[in-house]
Design a protein around this ligand. Structure first.
Ligand SMILES: Cc1cc2nc3c(=O)[nH]c(=O)nc-3n(C[C@H](O)[C@H](O)[C@H](O)COP(=O)(O)OP(=O)(O)OC[C@H]3O[C@@H](n4cnc5c(N)ncnc54)[C@H](O)[C@@H]3O)c2cc1C
Length: 644
């Protein structure tokens, strides 16, 4: 039966293209949201894209008008918290109220040592030397009363529980992270990256017939393992790296995550989070393969329709135009094959995305090969996009999904929320798709799962826009952790060497702008969707970002108890932000690492490097610590009892 125009209409171009997205299709080029443009154009004193170095005033940060009608209690809570918070974050007395004199002194010492370049650069050698000369027992004791004590909460649940409770008394909650890291050499890491490489991706003719060769090849290179970038730790100081050794090791990682979930449930009375990295749950090369598949599908649909995701979502592309486009490619839109393909991408024919295959992505019984198909415009046949995955690789992918679902189920059962970390851009299409699939499954009644978005990416806002749109259509909670991004130098070097466009914003200022835009867009979504549908964690040590978020909460009348916006910083860093927020009543978390001393040395090493690289921030923290230390001594508080 020929495809009649009426039928096409009922299938709807819009839904077809939404499904195209669902298959991982577009990199939208979204304009600045109109309300932001309005602000920039008409109210220069409240410009959203405020310089991060400019002097602070409450009026200088952005405001977003709210359309959700707040109750009197909400207004009172908002005002109370806002008035209590010193937005300069310079109230050292409040900020360090939870610290004993010894802890203040230790913080001063540790941060001072982090400013000595030689010590920072040679930290691993120095630690090894100390361990050798002092012996393991004394080494451990010294470390525990210095670096380890400052940056790590303890070795096990018993040790961390008092710390978790203590910071909770000051309004700061915990995200527990078992921070044991691989300590392998660069050579080993590079070997591991190429070991057991999965079959080379063969591009199906269907894609080749539509997308130009150059684009296909550039995409392929981007999502291929390059041995020289195999050590994913190089140039990365504020993120942990997992290396694949075996399926057994991945099972062990699942155990670690589940133990961590138990620890969160016990130590934080279920109000905490646990952080998960997908590269810990399976062979990273499979994530690369999935990412390339998503990217090539995007290329295919983009070339086929000649349009952007924004146009599709907003219904700006007409059906006639789409059909005309197909005809230009020589596709007979009335053929049976095309009709079936239409049906395939619009599974239940209802004109809406039903996410059937999103569910399937997490289904360990479904083969990856069967999940992505494209229409070959020459033969009219539908072809699988992934063509040469071995049985073993299919099994490994299924194992990875099984592990992911197991961890998510376990966390849900224990009432613990999960944040999925963002990693390198060549993994992100897969990580993000899988996380949205998890959100769809677990976020029906709130923000059980949070996806991470990196504002240093040129397409950060587009990614958020798309995923929020899906959450809205499918009626699940959109949970987001917003970070700037940890892999900048490595990303830039790899893009240059491999030959694809640098995915990172050109300047620090443009990353700051992106951060603000993303946050503003999420708040706007809360206004449109209503309370309880959206949440965002401002995971940043940047004071100006925190101020902007606080100001947005004030202007949009968002109470901390509404759980729309929360904040997060690392344990041992920027306490003046976390504790000021916590004591003013805002929802704030510390990323609290724990683990045996010997096993967290790589983590400590990264902390030293990170603190050593942000001298200005560290100097500021040291000044505040010193001010409080001096105040206590001058006022005779030689023994300071932490208020309970
Ligand atoms: C609780 C928590 C969770 C985190 N989880 C993740 C995660 O899952 N994935 C992840 O990738 N990172 C994660 N990070 C790290 C984060 O991405 C940043 O690297 C780190 O927090 C520093 O950024 P900032 O916002 O704190 O402050 P800032 O010091 O103001 O910003 C530094 C950041 O700005 C960006 N930047 C700097 N120079 C330039 C430039 N020239 N051009 C463009 N951009 C530039 C880079 O992203 C850099 O890291 C997390 C951080 C925290 C606190």
């Amino acid at each position: 039966m020929p495809l009649n125009p009426g039928k096409v209409s009922s299938i709807s171009t819009h839904s077809l293209l939404l499904n195209a997205y669902r298959l991982g299709v577009w990199q939208p080029r979204l304009a600045t949201p109109s309300y932001l443009i309005h602000r920039q154009n008409h109210n220069s004193s409240q410009t959203f894209l405020k310089s991060h170095n400019s002097p602070l005033s409450r009026a200088s940060v952005v405001s977003v008008a709210s359309s959700v009608t707040p109750s009197t209690e909400v207004i009172q809570e908002v005002d109370k918290c806002y008035n209590k918070l010193d937005l300069t974050f310079e109230n050292a007395r409040e900020a360090f109220k939870s610290k004993t004199n010894f802890e203040l002194f230790r913080a001063l010492l540790v941060l001072r040592l982090c400013s000595v370049d030689f010590l920072v650069q040679q930290n691993q050698r120095i630690l090894q030397l100390l361990r050798k000369t002092l012996g393991p027992t004394l080494f451990k004791r010294i470390l525990k009363s210095t670096f380890y004590g400052h940056f790590v909460a303890g070795e096990n649940l018993e040790e961390i529980a008092p710390t978790v409770q203590k910071i909770r008394n000051f309004g700061v909650k915990s995200i527990l992270d078992y921070s044991v890291e691989s300590d392998i050499s660069q050579e080993e890491a590079e070997e591991k990256a190429v070991e057991g490489i999965v079959g080379d991706q063969e591009i199906p003719q269907a894609v080749e017939g539509v997308v130009d060769e150059k684009t296909i090849e550039a995409t392929h290179q981007r999502y291929t393992v390059h041995k020289e970038f195999g050590d994913r730790r190089v140039d990365v100081i504020n993120a942990r790296t997992y290396f694949y050794t075996s399926e057994k090791e991945c099972d062990k990682n699942v155990e670690v995550f589940c133990n961590c979930i138990d620890a969160v449930a016990e130590a934080t009375r279920r109000e905490g989070f646990t952080a998960i990295k997908l590269t810990a749950l399976g062979r990273p090369q499979l994530l690369l393969k999935l990412s390339e598949t998503i990217a090539q599908t995007q290329n295919f649909f983009k070339a086929l329709t000649g349009s952007t995701w924004e146009n599709l979502v907003l219904g700006k592309i007409s059906e006639d135009k789409f059909l005309k486009r197909l005809k230009e490619f020589g596709i007979k839109t009335d053929s049976k094959m095309v009709q079936e393909w239409f049906k395939m991408v619009d599974f239940d024919d209802d004109g809406f995305v039903d996410y059937y295959d999103w569910g399937r992505l997490l289904d360990e019984n479904k083969e990856l090969t069967s999940m992505f198909s494209v229409l070959n415009i020459k033969t009219g046949k539908v072809e699988p996009l992934i063509q040469n995955l071995s049985q073993e690789e299919e099994q490994e992918f299924a194992n990875m999904m099984q592990r992911l679902v197991h961890v998510a189920d376990y966390a849900q059962e224990k009432g613990v929320r999960i944040m999925i970390d963002a990693e390198q851009t060549y993994f992100q299409p897969a990580i993000s798709r899988l996380t949205v699939a998890l959100m769809r499954k677990y976020n029906k009644n709130g923000g059980q799962i949070l996806n991470t978005y990196q504002a240093y990416l040129k397409n950060a806002l587009s990614n958020i826009e798309i995923d929020m749109h899906l959450a809205r259509r499918e009626n699940f909670h959109f949970g987001c952790k917003l970070v700037r991004g940890a892999y900048m130098d490595q990303e830039r070097k790899r893009a240059k060497a491999v030959g694809y466009e640098d995915p990172i914003n050109p300047t620090y200022e443009s990353t700051n702008d992106m951060y603000n835009k993303c946050l503003g867009r999420i708040i706007k979504e809360r206004e449109e969707r209503g309370v309880g549908q959206v949440s965002v964690m401002v995971a940043s040590h940047n004071e100006q970002s925190v101020r902007n978020a606080v100001q947005m909460m004030k202007d949009s009348v968002i109470a901390p108890s509404e759980r729309v916006i929360c904040f997060a910083q690392l344990y041992g860093m920027c306490d003046q932000i976390s504790f000021s927020l916590g004591q003013a009543g805002y929802s704030v978390y510390k990323y609290v690492p724990y683990g045996p001393v010997e096993d967290v040395l790589p983590y400590l090493s990264r902390r030293a490097l990170e603190n050593g690289s942000m001298l200005k921030k560290v100097q500021r923290e040291r000044n505040l610590l010193w001010r409080e230390f001096k105040r206590r001594l001058l006022s005779g508080q030689f023994i300071y009892n932490v208020p309970t």
